[in-house]
Design a protein around this ligand. Structure first.
Ligand code: FES
Length: 278
């Protein structure tokens, strides 16, 4: 059968011979990213209702992952954690007065950098926001070749370093997950305990499926199967890597939902059913 040759680059934005719903994925990505960025920015500026322990001051409680770890705390804010949960106590006097004293501002750069430079997300936001091209075999916004991967190359290379911080965050958020099973030092289970436990599991599935992590555990070896431990780890990482897009979205959505959950119970809008009796 004779083939058809069409230079789609010259045909303008969104021109394609594809007959499938190619625009659905970039549209969903655009909607998902925009919704998350708007919500997380709003949540960070709130600087309150990020903690719930039903008034208990001892070990345990629910902490929103958007505020963890707590470097400094403004203990006078509504729904704030007790000050002994902060690494360095209350907010210092040099904190700029135009910014709300929000613990979220002190940690946001790390997950943001990790996600922004992620190989999967790069593909997703280049297509959804830059439209160069919006999908395979679809006309691009501009006739000029896209320079995102070359112009931003050094910045995007920070991903391998951002990975180390992301791994540290998995341990911190896992600690928060364990802390959610305690209130005033007493073990129990609440709906929030499960929400906070699922969070690092999904984040870990995303982080440990990272392409850089896969290279870290399996790269630079001439004989992979000679090192049983590294080869076995590489196969597990590959399993996660093959589902990287899935875990990228599941973990992103769950982080947002966990913040919503903690915020709602902290505000008294939702009831946290638990073995502690709420
Ligand atoms: S490639 Fe996606 S997190 Fe590293």
């Amino acid at each position: 059968m004779a083939g058809i040759s069409v230079d789609i680059r010259k045909k303008g934005f969104a021109f394609t011979l594809r007959t499938d719903q190619w625009w659905v994925e970039p549209a969903l990505v655009m909607f998902g990213f925009t919704a998350f960025v708007v919500y997380s920015t709003w949540a960070a500026f709130q600087a309150q209702f990020y903690w719930y322990s039903n008034g208990a001051e001892g070990f345990g409680g629910y902490l929103s992952p958007m505020y963890s770890p707590l470097v400094f705390i403004n203990e006078t804010a509504k729904g704030a954690a007790p000050v002994h949960h902060a690494w360095f106590g209350t907010f210092p006097s040099w904190w700029p007065s135009f910014l709300p004293a929000s613990p979220a501002f002190l940690i946001v750069a790390f997950p943001l950098l990790f996600r922004f430079t992620c190989y999967y997300y790069r593909k997703a936001y280049y297509r959804a926001f830059a439209g160069s091209p919006p999908a395979c075999a679809v006309g691009a916004v501009s006739q000029k070749p896209y320079k995102g991967e070359t112009g931003l190359l050094i910045f995007q290379n920070l991903h391998r370093y951002a990975l180390y911080f992301a791994v540290i965050f998995i341990f911190i958020l896992s600690y928060d997950g364990v802390m959610a099973f305690f209130r005033d030092g007493k073990f129990g289970v609440g709906v929030g305990s499960m929400v906070l436990l699922i969070n690092p599991i999904l984040l870990g599935s995303y982080t440990f499926g990272c392409h850089s992590f896969r290279h870290l555990v399996g790269g630079q070896m001439d004989c992979m199967s000679c090192n049983k431990f590294r080869y076995g780890t590489w196969k597990k990482v590959t399993f996660l890597n093959e589902r990287h897009q899935l875990f990228a979205w599941m973990s992103l959505i769950w982080v947002g939902f966990t913040d919503v959950y903690v915020r709602m119970v902290s505000m008294g809008v939702w009831t946290d059913f638990s073995t502690w009796g709420n």
